[in-house]
Design a protein around this ligand. Structure first.
Ligand code: ACO
Length: 342
């Protein structure tokens, strides 16, 4: 069950007007096409792990759980500070000395994929307390001359604490999960890491030009169509696994990946959910990839919009606590959904 949430974003941010100075675009175009007004970006010398650590501490504090009681730290990210992984940096810094720690890569679906992974470890009895961190620093991977992508992404992290509790009626219970992948869609969205394709240094490659990655490539309209099709399907699938009725009859809050306001609106419409039940903070952060869902959840919870354990969802006849539908989608292509009682 989910027992705590936290988030952290850099202080530095770029408004649409700032971007007007970098590329041929306008505040009006960006707001109309995406809903984004500003995005936070890492400052000089700032790292993603710092925000992973801050969000982890906040989530643990809300959960009332000591770092030394964490069994597993999962860091969902596609932009780690260290290609060998960032989860161990979080583990060491927060003092989770008994925890196993590793990274998980599934782009903008990463947080929900990590949440599902955490839930499975707990169901299997392997671990009792898991810290799931989702974060990305895609500002470091964006071509700031490409107006089709640079307007979209922001940096940040979010985290949740997941613990063992077999009671499906308890607030925080994870009720249903669904995941999927389609590598055939890789051509629509990628940030190619040269990896094993790099010329070996032993063959005379210049270490200083040993490029690790190319900039983000995205065929926006193809990804848009994929997202609008996939989010309702993955939520329907997760609801079915939770034995819950269709979204319009069971879901109190839609907390989905924040990529584009038009995607949020279209997915909500297909699910039959009114705008009041959709959490959106896209205007303030842009697309923060693996961070966007815990960041949106954290703001909604701390801001009092989503209150834990209240009885409102009994209106829908399905017990105590609100029902939150989460859905991530993105590069891979990948998608994942989770239904959580809160
Ligand atoms: N400012 C002004 N004009 C622009 C800009 C800009 N920033 N960007 C593109 N344009 C132009 C295009 O060049 C094009 O001009 P043309 O008609 O003269 O050729 C026109 O605007 C329309 O471009 P489209 O790409 O068709 O615009 P669209 O309405 O599709 O919006 C967007 C583009 C915002 C990228 C949208 O397609 C989108 O949000 N796609 C989904 C992105 C997404 O969800 N990604 C999630 C996964 S990210 C991950 O996993 C890492």
């Amino acid at each position: 069950m989910l027992v705590g949430v936290g988030s952290s974003v850099p202080e530095t941010y770029l408004t649409n007007h700032d971007l007007e100075k970098l590329v041929e675009t306008s505040d009006d175009w960006i707001v109309t096409r995406t809903g984004i007004k500003k995005r936070h970006v890492l400052g000089k010398g700032e790292t993603l792990a710092q925000h992973g650590i801050a969000s982890a501490k906040r989530a643990l504090e809300m959960a009332g759980i000591a770092a030394q009681d964490v069994d597993l730290v999962l860091f969902a990210t596609s932009s780690p500070d260290d290609v060998f992984g960032s989860a161990c940096q979080v583990q060491a810094s927060i003092g989770a000395r008994h925890a196993v720690a590793f990274d998980l890569t599934a782009a903008c679906s990463g947080f929900v994929v990590a949440l599902v992974t955490a839930a499975q470890y707990i169901r299997a009895g392997t671990f009792r307390t898991v810290l799931v961190v989702g974060g990305d620093a895609l500002s470091r991977f964006v071509d700031w001359r490409d107006r089709g992508t640079c307007i979209l992404f922001g940096d940040g992290c979010g985290a949740v604490v997941v613990t063992a509790n077999p009671d499906p009626e308890a607030p925080g219970a994870i009720l249903g999960m669904e995941m999927g992948s389609d590598g055939g869609g890789h051509k629509h969205l990628h940030c190619t890491f040269a990896g094993s394709g790099m010329k070996p240094l032993s063959d005379g490659a210049d270490p200083s030009s040993h490029a690790a990655y190319s900039n983000i490539y995205m065929a926006g309209q193809d990804v848009f169509k994929f997202a609008v099709r996939t989010v309702p399907a993955v939520i329907d699938g997760a609801l079915a696994k939770a034995n819950l009725p269709k979204a319009s009859e069971s879901v109190d809050w839609l907390v989905m990946h924040q990529a584009n306001q038009r995607i949020l609106d279209a997915a909500a419409q297909r699910l039959g959910l009114p705008a009041e039940r959709v959490v959106s903070n896209l205007s303030q952060y842009g697309n923060t990839s693996a961070a966007s869902i815990p960041l949106a959840l954290d703001e909604a919870v701390r801001g009092g919009r989503i209150q834990k354990g209240d009885k409102a969802s009994s209106e829908w006849g399905i017990g105590q606590g609100k029902v939150i539908a989460m859905a991530g989608f993105g590069a891979g292509l990948t998608w994942a959904g989770a239904i959580v009682r809160w």
